[in-house]
Ligand binder design. Structure first.
Ligand code: ZN
Length: 221
C-alpha cells in the first residue's frame, strides 16, 4: 500500500541516516535524499553522502545551510572547538541549536516541491546525548506545524526513534544492508570512514552497538 508513495530522507552519509535510506527504499516507491551543507568539520561527510546516494541510484539534493554555521558555530562546524560530551545535564559541544527544526523544515519545503508525502529522519531519543530536537515530542509537534504551514499531510517517519545503537545495527541487517552500512558510512567526528578513529564519542557509541549486536547475532546462530 505504502509502496506507491514518495519519500525524502534527511541524509548525512552516517550510519543512522543510511539505515533510514534503506528502510525507505524498502517501503516507498520513490525515494530521494537531502543533505545539508553547513560547513561540517569534514567536507568528507558530503562526499560520503554523495557517493552512497550515487551507488544506490538515489536522487540527491544538497542544500546550502552555511547560515547555520554563521548563527551557531559549534564543534561540528569549527575545528577550534573540541568535541565533548555534556556533563551535569549540559548539552554536548556538538549541539547546534535549532538544527533539526531548520533541517526538517527545509526538508518539508523540498518534499512539497517534489511531491513527497513522507519525510524520513534518523533522529533517536534512545541512548543519545539528549539533543532536545531529537525527541519524539518535538518531531510530532513539527509534523503538525509543517502540515499547517503548507496545508499538506506530510508524515515524518522516525524509524530509529526508540532503537538503541545495537538495534539500529540489527535493523540494517534485517534490511540486508549490514555490510554496506558498516563499510561505507561516516559517523566519526574525526572524519574517518567505516569503523572510524575509535576514540571520539560517535565512534565509541557506534562500536559498542556493533559489538553488542555482533555478539548477540553469534549467540542466535
Ligand atoms: Zn571517531
Amino acid at each position: 500500500m505504502m509502496k506507491k508513495e514518495k519519500a525524502v530522507v534527511v541524509f548525512s552519509g552516517g550510519q543512522d541516516s543510511t539505515t533510514c535510506l534503506f528502510w525507505a527504499m524498502e517501503r516507498f516507491e520513490e525515494v530521494e535524499a537531502v543533505t545539508f551543507d553547513y560547513n561540517q568539520r569534514h567536507s568528507l561527510e558530503i562526499e560520503c553522502a554523495q557517493k552512497i546516494a550515487k551507488e544506490l541510484g538515489i536522487t540527491h539534493h544538497i542544500l546550502d545551510m552555511s547560515l547555520l554555521n554563521q548563527l551557531a558555530p559549534n564543534a561540528l562546524t569549527r575545528s577550534d572547538i573540541a568535541v565533548e560530551d555534556g556533563e551535569d545535564g549540559e548539552l554536548p559541544s556538538t549541539f547546534v541549536p535549532g538544527r533539526n527544526l531548520l533541517f526538517l523544515s527545509f526538508a518539508g519545503v523540498l518534499a512539497s516541491q517534489i511531491g513527497a508525502k513522507h519525510i524520513v529522519t534518523g533522529v533517536c531519543e534512545t541512548d543519545f546525548s539528549g539533543y532536545p530536537d531529537c525527541r519524539d515530542v518535538f518531531i510530532k509537534s513539527l509534523n503538525v506545524t509543517l502540515n499547517l504551514s503548507m496545508d499538506q499531510s506530510f508524515v515524518i517517519d522516525t524509524p530509529l526513534m526508540w532503537l538503541n545503537k545495537e538495534e539500529t545495527w540489527e535493523l540494517a541487517d534485517q534490511l540486508g544492508a549490514f555490510d554496506f552500512v558498516r563499510e561505507k558510512t561516516l559517523t566519526c567526528y574525526n572524519g574517518i570512514i567505516s569503523d572510524g578513529c575509535g576514540e571520539c564519542p560517535a565512534c565509541k557509541l557506534r562500536k559498542k552497538g556493533l559489538d553488542d549486536y555482533v555478539s548477540r547475532r553469534q549467540v542466535l546462530k
